[in-house]
Design a protein around this ligand. Structure first.
Ligand SMILES: Nc1nc2c(c(=O)[nH]1)N[C@H]1C(S)=C(S)[C@@H](COP(=O)(O)O)O[C@H]1N2
Ligand SMILES: [Mo]
Length: 258
């Protein structure tokens, strides 16, 4: 990656931020404990912080073609019923565009053909839904980090919000729009892709056509389908229920790590 937002730099700044915090937190105990003990404890805590971050960088297991599930269940919305979506579908998504905006220097409007012309990654991974089922599928798509690099993040960028075409249960502000958000560490994770193909074919409607997120270190509900817009934000407090996702607004964890 070529921009100032490379993963290594981001990790370094997060780690040094964590150490500063921990050191500041230790100021109070210097009176009652020997300086050496405090330093040793700080070191342990910093190491734990680094391990945590390194763990978030690790790859999800990948499988082989022989492991593909014969049936991959579809869940949640299986066909958005909006007029706009159906119009796009009728035309094989030739008029569909992915908007990339928010805290970026270069907002983008990408066609499916443009997304397909970017370098792609193909991965066979296991999808785990909180409802208690799993399936192994193959996904091909453009790395999200690459698209963010094209859009060039502005200072203050912290999260990527994924806006979807479908609505489920309407509750907040009269909206039941599906959406999700991830932080930049996950956005730049090498297995985080915007997938347009599943098991070697165009993404079926039931699985999120024309484009869905795959963020492989997290649970099923983070894998937003029917992507329309990617918005880079500093905070998701003001979006719908303020918790960063459709299911998060209804009580699920924002960080759904597996
Ligand atoms: N836009 C949108 N994305 C979504 C959902 C949804 O209802 N709408 N359901 C989520 C849940 S709970 C799961 S388990 C997966 C299901 O993906 P699949 O239909 O490809 O199995 O999509 C996730 N992404
Ligand atoms: Mo799910």
């Amino acid at each position: 990656m070529t921009t100032g937002f490379s993963r290594r730099k981001m990790l370094a700044s997060l780690v040094s931020g964590a150490s500063t915090l921990l050191l500041a937190g230790c100021d109070r105990v210097t009176q009652s404990e020997s300086f050496g003990t405090v330093l040793r404890n700080t070191e342990k805590l910093t190491m734990a912080g680094q391990r945590l971050l390194l763990d978030r960088q690790s790859l999800a297991p990948e499988y082989s073609v022989a492991d593909l599930s014969p049936v991959f269940r579809a869940n949640g919305t299986q066909a958005p019923d909006s007029e706009e979506y159906n119009r796009l579908l009728e035309n094989d998504f030739a008029d569909w565009r992915l908007q990339v905006d928010g805290l970026v220097q270069q907002p983008l409007s990408l066609s499916l053909a443009q997304l397909k012309s970017l370098p792609s990654r193909t991965q066979i991974t296991r999808h785990d839904c909180v409802e208690g089922w799993s399936a192994i599928g193959q996904w091909q798509g453009a790395p999200l980090g690459r698209i963010l690099d094209l859009a060039r993040l502005k200072p203050g960028a912290r999260y990527v919000v994924l806006h979807c075409a479908d609505e489920l249960e309407v509750t907040f502000d009269g909206s039941g729009r599906y959406y999700e958000s991830i932080d930049l560490l996950d956005a730049y994770h090498p297995q985080t892709i915007l997938a347009y193909a599943m098991n070697g074919k165009d993404l079926p409607v039931a699985h999120g056509a024309p484009l869905r997120l795959r963020v492989e270190r997290q649970l099923g509900y983070k894998q937003a389908k029917y992507l329309m817009r990617i918005e880079v934000v500093s905070s998701f407090d003001t979006l719908w229920g303020g918790r960063g996702g459709y299911w998060e607004d209804r009580g699920y964890e924002w960080y759904a790590g597996i």
